[in-house]
Design a protein around this ligand. Sequence first.
Ligand SMILES: [Zn+2]
Length: 413
Amino acid sequence: MDIPANRLEDIRAIMALFEEPGSLAGGGVTRLGYGPVEDEMHRLFRDWGERNDLIAYTDAVGNSYLENDAASLAADNGKACVLIGSHLDSVVSGGRFDGVAGVAAGMACLKWLKESGLNIPLRVAAFRCEESASFGRSTVGSGLVTGAVDGDDIAAFQNPEGRSLAEVFDEAGYDLHPQRIEGIEAYFELHIEQGKVLENLGKEVGIVEAIAGPRRFRIVIDGQADHSGATPMDMRSDALCAAAELILAIEKIGQSERRFQGVATVGIIKNSPNVMNVIPGWTELGVDTRGISAASLDRMEERLRISAENIARERGVEISMVRQYEDLPRAMAPQLMDQLEQAARSLGVSSHRMMSGAGHDALGFAEIVPTAMLFIPCRGGISHNAAEFTTAESITTGALMLYEALTRRYTEE
Ligand SMILES: [Zn+2]
């Protein structure tokens, strides 16, 4: 699409606001959740709102919000508004666009509504601690206020400094058991794709159909550690060789679910004793499977179990498998996906329906209100890395899509 120069300039100016905090000498940023740099990012967000005559506030867990007068009026009358949100924290040595692009898009929509004089109620959120880099748990801020995360489950989680979330909350005056967020009728989130699909297809935006649910396993292989020189090849129970077979089987399992957008990855391998002249006696694998349907996840788990049993039998090792973590896939609201598609059509933006393999703040909202996500391409699919990059044009295109969907939503009703 042809992007109006003034809209592009707005996005550039908003992104520039967030440039400095946590900047690293080699490029990239570190803005850990509930740390001082994230605090500064939230202060910049609220200050911008106040300068632009918006209402700025913080909730009981430190999430920041900006809203227009129409949103406040709606709340006073017991009516709901649209919420656009994302996060301002990052991983260690992360990029400047993951999260920030989505918050910036929401801020631009608030500005454009004000300039156009449209009385559309909009709230924009900057959520805390979306990345698990700080406390080992993702979507903390949005999860707590949507009820997707239970404060008791994460109170003892520690940041890299060894401070627990409970301590940090106490000190800041936050509450691990906040009231659930209210007055929202729809949630939209723009985010960089963090993959290469849009770039490879040459599409300007992705309309997310579902956020994949992860299912993670710890697999332990018990063989027999023996002398690597003195043990003939036919008298071995080599745990690492069994693991090698299993790793390739897991790759095939992921490939077999490709048409259902399933993926399977072995991301962790530990080997013992891990010395040159001993046959490995013990190997551990960490397996991450993701899918957008429970049936697909079930199939992968079942095939994983069967592969492990077969390999154990053939190789004379013991293989145990424990499901460590599971989150359900979340479907996005069809009506909101349609609104985004209509917005794309009317703006002449090329779009592609796709799934999100990564989790986002939208996860918690999908449980309580109609929720939609819009992806924009990022260069080379690189994210969680100093090299992460997307153009101001892409962010503006996405922001204009949200703005179009928002204005259509209210003018058509
Ligand atoms: Zn993110």
